[in-house]
Design a protein around this ligand. Structure first.
Ligand SMILES: Cc1cc2nc3c(=O)[nH]c(=O)nc-3n(C[C@H](O)[C@H](O)[C@H](O)COP(=O)(O)OP(=O)(O)OC[C@H]3O[C@@H](n4cnc5c(N)ncnc54)[C@H](O)[C@@H]3O)c2cc1C
Length: 498
């Protein structure tokens, strides 16, 4: 393997103290020293391939290139790996336990993530799923089992049929080229709300379907294209798989938090992962491709952008005027992120379990409408209720004072789980809209017209520039699994061209 030429002296001179701390291993995982030791010229990095963004896509891509014997450097803006996946210490006095502020769950079908966990010796455990779910619809509280709330049997039957109908449509799509389906234009000319209005009669069924979209994409049905929803479903197998705990998207959790897998991958990269390196400009020349950020310049033969289209769209791109790049630029303006908060309420014990409840909620009101039991697996750990705030609620929550927001969350939990929920011993919240290098979550989506007009631009390389990130995946698009697979696909693309 040829050696990267990386100047440590130049970076330390050109960057602030926190950046320097990151370079010296002060971030969440040590950067190691191998690439830095190959320092030759101030402020300049040289590698065969540069990967930008150390979320799961970038980590998987860099690892695959390194395993293929290529000289690769991974540049990350933050001082930690994992991107939309973030472990946090629980608030005092429970700080020895971990909360997952971002991605948490793994489905049994998410095989690459599970293989990586196994390889790193990181265990999984089942999401607490014993007992009934709570439904809170039209101001009435009930309990149920399975995927669909049964408080209104007619609506439940209608919803069940709608799920089957959507699964049937999704199954016809080729996830590599959903825009090539004969009905793609029809499906991409309407929002999911339009489809719901045409296909669901009862208000309750519409409310529950809205909740399904909110919980999967953190956007409103009126914002997202039907074709995109079908692609999302197709990439995961079925809507039931996406919405299920046992056997589906929420089946398992990672012991110690899902960012552990990212930290483990980062550690394997032996100094090729550099933190506090936000990239601002990418220039393609006849000989190479140049990446610039605060106080550094990096040269390579190929660059992989491993982040959401919106984040990639914030760069300045020079020397790339071909049609593929013009289309990519347009796409990057047209793929907004969902809006999401994650809140955690910590209690001395998981009291809802005593009432035969598994901590999961389906609600059409309240600031948090979907909750899970996020109690850590350690014996004697405190009970934790996690709530998502999605879509319009998430946008509204940005404008609330912290005390008001917390009170609204607790009001909702009291409605679902009773008065004991009113007094958590600790409370924490994560606002993904406020994260500079995510700007929302869990994934980007497309409004009508975008996939059919610009879908191929998701993955088409632009000269020496390649695109990864979960949004470019065809399997478990929007999930950690999709991110890993997208990174490995981009690595194969690069290897074929080096
Ligand atoms: C609240 C929440 C809950 C979720 N729940 C789940 C779940 O339960 N299961 C699941 O599988 N998925 C879940 N997801 C989705 C999952 O987190 C993402 O699909 C996945 O992490 C995306 O990985 P990525 O590598 O594609 O992008 P990212 O994780 O966004 O990584 C991109 C990286 O690029 C970096 N970057 C951005 N701009 C620059 C720049 N200019 N220069 C250098 N670096 C830059 C960022 O800092 C980041 O590290 C959730 C997400 C959120 C937010």
């Amino acid at each position: 393997m040829s050696e990267s030429k990386v100047s440590r002296r130049g970076w330390l001179g050109g960057m602030g103290a926190s950046a320097a701390a990151g370079l010296l291993g002060g971030g969440a995982a040590s950067t190691g020293t191998e690439a830095q030791a190959a320092s030759v010229s101030p402020g300049r990095i040289e590698a065969e391939v540069l990967v930008i963004g150390a979320g799961y896509a970038g980590l998987a891509c860099t690892r695959a290139l390194q395993q293929a014997g290529r000289d690769v450097v991974l540049l990350e803006a933050r001082s930690r790996p994992g991107g939309r996946c973030l472990n946090q210490a629980m608030p005092a006095p429970f700080q020895r336990y971990t909360l997952e502020a971002g991605a948490a769950y793994l489905a049994p079908q998410q095989t690459r993530m599970r293989e990586l966990a196994a390889e790193l010796g990181i265990g999984l455990f089942p999401t607490y799923n014993t007992g009934k779910l709570v439904s809170y619809l039209n101001g009435r509280r009930g309990t149920y089992s399975g995927v669909v709330p049964t408080a209104n049997l007619v609506a439940a039957a209608e919803l069940g049929l709608a799920l089957l109908n959507l699964d049937g449509l999704a199954a016809k799509l080729d996830p590599e080229v959903p825009w090539a389906h004969p009905k793609a234009a029809e499906w991409d000319s309407q929002t999911f709300q339009t489809w719901m209005d045409k296909n669901l009669l009862s208000g309750d069924a519409k409310d529950m379907m809205r909740l399904a979209v909110l919980s999967l994409l953190s956007c409103e049905p009126r914002e997202v294209s039907l074709l995109f929803v079908l692609l999302y479903v197709r990439a995961a197998g079925s809507l039931t798989t996406l919405l299920s705990t046992e056997g589906g998207g929420q089946q398992d959790r990672v012991v110690g938090g899902s960012q552990r897998i990212a930290l483990g991958l980062a550690q394997q990269l032996q100094g090729r992962l550099l933190y506090n390196m936000p990239v601002h400009r990418i220039t393609q020349t006849a000989q190479d491709i140049v990446v610039q950020g605060d106080g550094f310049e990096a040269h390579a033969q190929r660059v992989v952008m491993a982040m959401s289209p919106g984040m990639a769209g914030r760069m300045r791109y020079d020397g790339m005027l071909d049609a593929a790049m013009q289309q990519r630029r347009q796409l990057m303006q047209r793929m907004p992120m969902g809006a999401i908060w994650k809140v955690h309420c910590v209690y001395d014990r998981p009291f809802w379990r005593d009432d035969g409840l598994n901590g999961q909620v389906t609600s059409d009101q309240g600031l948090t409408k979907v909750t899970f039991d996020s109690t850590p697996p350690e014996a004697g750990a405190p009970g934790v209720l996690m709530g998502f705030i999605d879509g319009q609620d998430a946008l509204d929550a940005c404008a609330m004072a912290p005390a008001e927001r917390k009170q609204k969350v607790l009001d909702a939990l009291v409605a679902y789980f009773g008065p004991k929920a009113a007094q958590p011993l600790a409370y924490s919240e994560q606002n993904w809209q406020a994260e500079d290098y995510s700007a929302g979550g869990p994934t980007a989506y497309t409004a009508p017209g975008v996939l059919t007009a610009l879908g191929p631009a998701l993955r088409t390389p632009c000269g020496r520039l390649h695109w990864a990130g979960t949004e470019t995946a065809t399997v478990w698009l929007g999930y950690m699994e999709g991110a890993v697979r997208s990174g490995e696909r981009a690595a194969r693309e690069v290897l074929a061209r080096l």
